[in-house]
Design a protein around this ligand. Structure first.
Ligand SMILES: NC(=O)c1ccc[n+]([C@@H]2O[C@H](COP(=O)([O-])OP(=O)(O)OC[C@H]3O[C@@H](n4cnc5c(N)ncnc54)[C@H](OP(=O)(O)O)[C@@H]3O)[C@@H](O)[C@H]2O)c1
Length: 264
């Protein structure tokens, strides 16, 4: 357990990708860190690196967030972290299977991670934040929160939950001085698309201009949550325009055509 006067930021899924980048940028802002994920060796490497580079204190917290008992232990701890100022619900994974030929256990574990862990940890984080009347809660949704289509049934459903949950939550906690963000990135270079569940994803088939860097996504998120009152954060103009084009009845038809052609 850390014991300094600095404020504390906790990041789930800190061992890789966007979570690792959140940890790096928050360390750069002077926060002590709780680095949460399953791969202890990667967390320990990051902890050593950030402590050395930024002079902060970090702690590796090994936790499988889809496991109810491990989640409960973490929740109990987070509730009592009086210095907690930032909580990033970032851990997540993708699946490219087509319903009904899916592994229902994998689908359930996605719901546990993206929805149940996120809901329980948000509540726990809000306890110290509301007590101090200050806090920032970032929930990783996705551009998929707005889009519908095949091969992404559970993913887009769970990310839609994250979006709706965060938007309504902001209404409940506004009076406590806590800001909530649903971060909705498009395609971002991380380990996400090369993970086990995404082996059918063809990275080369997606145009280069659609890819964002983790550094840019995280910088946009942290700047937006500290400076603006917007709950929904969609990094980059190209994705904002894409949503304008696609989130209407004509867009629905375009998406349907694209998906149908992909299924042939
Ligand atoms: N990359 C994109 O294009 C993109 C776009 C939109 C939204 N997102 C969202 O951004 C978030 C981060 O994804 P990423 O792109 O950074 O992917 P990533 O590089 O694959 O990182 C995923 C992180 O989640 C952790 N994680 C996965 N399952 C976990 C579990 N059961 N318990 C604890 N930690 C777990 C992993 O750590 P361990 O394996 O060590 O546990 C890892 O640190 C996800 O919620 C994803 O849906 C990503």
């Amino acid at each position: 357990m850390t014991n300094t006067n600095r404020y504390l930021a906790a990041v789930t899924g800190a061992s890789d990708g966007l979570g690792k980048e959140f940890a790096r940028q928050l360390a750069g802002q002077g926060y002590d860190l709780l680095l949460i994920a399953r791969r202890k060796n990667l967390l320990d490497e990051l902890k050593a690196d950030l402590e050395k580079q930024y002079g902060i204190t970090a702690e590796s917290v090994v936790c499988d967030l889809s496991n109810a008992e491990e989640l409960k232990k973490l929740e109990d701890r987070i509730e009592h972290e009086e210095r907690l100022e930032v909580f990033v619900n970032n851990a997540g994974f993708g699946i490219t299977d087509t319903f009904p030929n899916v592994d229902p256990d994998k689908e359930e574990s996605m719901i546990r991670l993206h929805c149940i862990a996120l809901m329980r940890l948000s509540r726990a984080a809000l306890v110290p934040m509301c007590k101090r009347k200050k806090g920032y809660l970032v929930n990783l949704a996705s551009i998929s929160s707005f889009l519908r289509g095949p091969n992404t049934v559970e993913y887009s459903a769970t990310k839609t939950y994250v979006l709706a949950f965060s938007q309504s939550l902001q209404c409940d906690v506004r009076h406590c001085g806590v800001r909530v963000q649903a971060l909705c990135p498009g395609l971002t270079h991380t380990g996400f698309h090369s993970a086990e569940g995404m082996k059918d994803f063809d990275k080369a088939a997606t145009p280069n201009f659609l890819w964002l860097t983790a550094e840019y996504v995280v910088r946009t998120s942290l700047r937006s949550i500290k400076r603006s009152r917007k709950v929904v954060c969609v990094p980059s103009l190209r994705y904002k325009l894409l949503l304008l084009l696609l989130c209407n009845p004509i867009g629905d038809k375009i998406m349907e055509m694209v998906y149908r052609s992909r299924l042939k």
